[in-house]
Design a binder for this molecule. Structure first.
Ligand code: CO
Length: 135
């Protein structure tokens, strides 16, 4: 079950520069940064109500975000849905002929279990499924 939008991720080149804009111009609540080794990115999180905006910058040239930036430039990268059970949502999507980038969950920011569906399925929009793991 899809519960809510957890975050909107925006691919950026210069994280520190963008943090200043989101914090000082937009005035959003800055929650901090996290390096996500698995994704080869460093992310900065902001709060807008109960939705987060995640600025994401590559930490390596072979990061998918680095590839996205060189192909499409900076901009909205994905929308993440919070789900109660990522594995059951993956199998549900596969049953409905959705092409998955991840057929097995991987580890995202805050240790969440995540999987991406191919943007081809949804008008070019990359959707992340995110199951929040309780510490
Ligand atoms: Co995300």
């Amino acid at each position: 079950m899809i519960k809510k939008i957890d975050h909107i991720a925006i691919a950026v080149r210069d994280l520190d520069e963008e943090i200043k804009k989101y914090r000082d111009i937009l005035g959003l609540d800055f929650l901090g940064t996290e390096v996500v080794e698995d994704q080869k990115v460093k992310a900065a999180f902001f709060c807008v109500g109960d939705v987060k905006i995640e600025l994401t910058a590559p930490t390596a040239d072979d990061s998918t975000i680095a590839k996205f930036l060189s192909k499409r430039g900076s901009g909205i990268h994905h929308i993440a849905f919070e789900v109660d059970d990522v594995e059951s949502k993956i199998s549900d999507f596969i049953k409905k002929d959705v092409r998955m980038i991840d057929r097995e969950p991987k580890t995202g920011a805050e240790g969440a279990r995540i999987a991406f569906a191919h943007p081809k399925n949804f008008s070019g929009v990359l959707f992340e499924l995110k199951e929040i793991t309780k510490p």
